[in-house]
Design a protein around this ligand. Sequence first.
Ligand code: KIV
Length: 275
Amino acid sequence: MKNTVVTFKEAKEKGEKLTMLTAYDYSTAKLIDAAGINSILVGDSVGNVILGYEDTISVTMEDMIHHCAAVARGNKDCLLVCDMPFMSYQSSVYDAVVNAGRLMKEGRAHAVKLEGGVEYEETIRAIVNASIPVCAHIGLTPQSINAFGGFKVQGRGEKAAQKLLDDARAVERAGAFAVVLECVPAKLAERVSKELSIPTIGIGAGAGCDGQVLVYQDMLGMFTDFKPKFVKHFANVGEQMTAAFKAYDQEVKAGTFPAEEHTYKIDDSIIEKLY
Ligand code: KIV
């Protein structure tokens, strides 16, 4: 079944949970799509898990378009959401609409995601008015890491909790079709999810959200630089990959790979005629 923003709306109304996973390439997109996941996010986490940056600040529009277009070619039924990278929407509302349009036209995204609440109400409204669905992202917003002073749980104190609720209300008012809640206490996320009419997609925000999102390298145990508390390894693919790489190395060096069945045939007479 094709997932659209209407699927998200209906899931919220029916109380059905939504699933979202990141992907950055064609092959992974095909696997996620075949698994029946509702949505693929081409996250700017591409900066961390694919490009090896320590944060998402250096990720460019060209990076996002390149990876989103690859994912789009492998995707059939997932709602394809693409992150707006740092400084592609912060400079002006005009820049935000133009860059959101590029992610749709060149990246073939179905929707864009941007980080921020109350401060980005006008920006979200303008993008939505251009018929581009927007998923908002509040709580821990990694593009603001230098302003936060590190990766920390958000919304813990009274003022911060109220700010998170106000941010959630603002993005809903602006027309966002969903909102990601990252690294916020579970009870606060539950309170926000109960109040909003749009689905909340949690990452480190507990089971009270309307859906969940994870970075696929995290949930497959492929990214070992650090493991946040909210990550569960649903498989240890990283260990399996290392074991496979070692087996390949050993077999090539021992002369057991490639074997007969991996080779192409030619008539001996042709080889014999060579001079
Ligand atoms: O970039 C990303 O992968 C994200 C998720 C963590 C929600 O924004």
